[in-house]
Write a protein that binds this ligand. Structure first.
Ligand SMILES: [Zn+2]
Length: 108
C-alpha cells in the first residue's frame, strides 16, 4: 500500500511495473483522484514518488530537478545542486515546494 501524493489516500492498485535503470518502478492508480503516480523502489525500498501529470506552471528549476530524479539512482540535495549548477538552498526551496504540492515525496 502506498499513499497517493495528491490526496494521501492509500492505494494498492498497481497498473503495471517495470525495471528502470537500478529502480523497480510501479505505476499506481489512485481511485479517489482517478490519476496515476509512479513509485520508484531501490533494493526493495521506496526511493521516491513522481506524479504522472506534472503541472505546467512549474518552474524550469523544478522541471530540471524532476528530470534529475527520474534519471539518477540517488538524489540528495548536494548532488542535485552540483549536477544542475544550482545553489543548494534553491534546490531545497523547490523540493519543499514540490513536496507540499505532492509532486515529489522525499524519503529520508
Ligand atoms: Zn489520490
Amino acid at each position: 500500500m502506498l499513499k497517493c501524493p495528491r490526496c494521501k489516500e492509500s492505494t494498492d492498485k498497481i497498473l503495471n511495473e517495470w525495471n528502470y535503470y537500478i529502480f523497480h518502478v510501479k505505476n499506481y492508480h489512485c481511485p479517489l483522484c482517478n490519476k496515476n503516480f509512479k513509485a520508484y523502489f531501490k533494493d526493495g525500498k521506496l526511493s521516491h514518488i513522481i506524479n504522472n501529470s506534472i503541472s505546467t506552471t512549474q518552474s524550469t528549476t523544478q522541471r530540471k530537478i524532476i528530470g534529475y530524479l527520474e534519471h539518477h539512482e540517488e538524489a540528495n540535495t548536494d548532488e542535485i545542486a552540483k549536477a544542475l549548477h544550482l545553489k543548494i538552498i534553491d534546490v531545497l526551496k523547490v523540493l519543499q515546494k514540490m513536496e507540499k504540492r505532492g509532486t515529489v515525496t522525499i524519503i529520508e
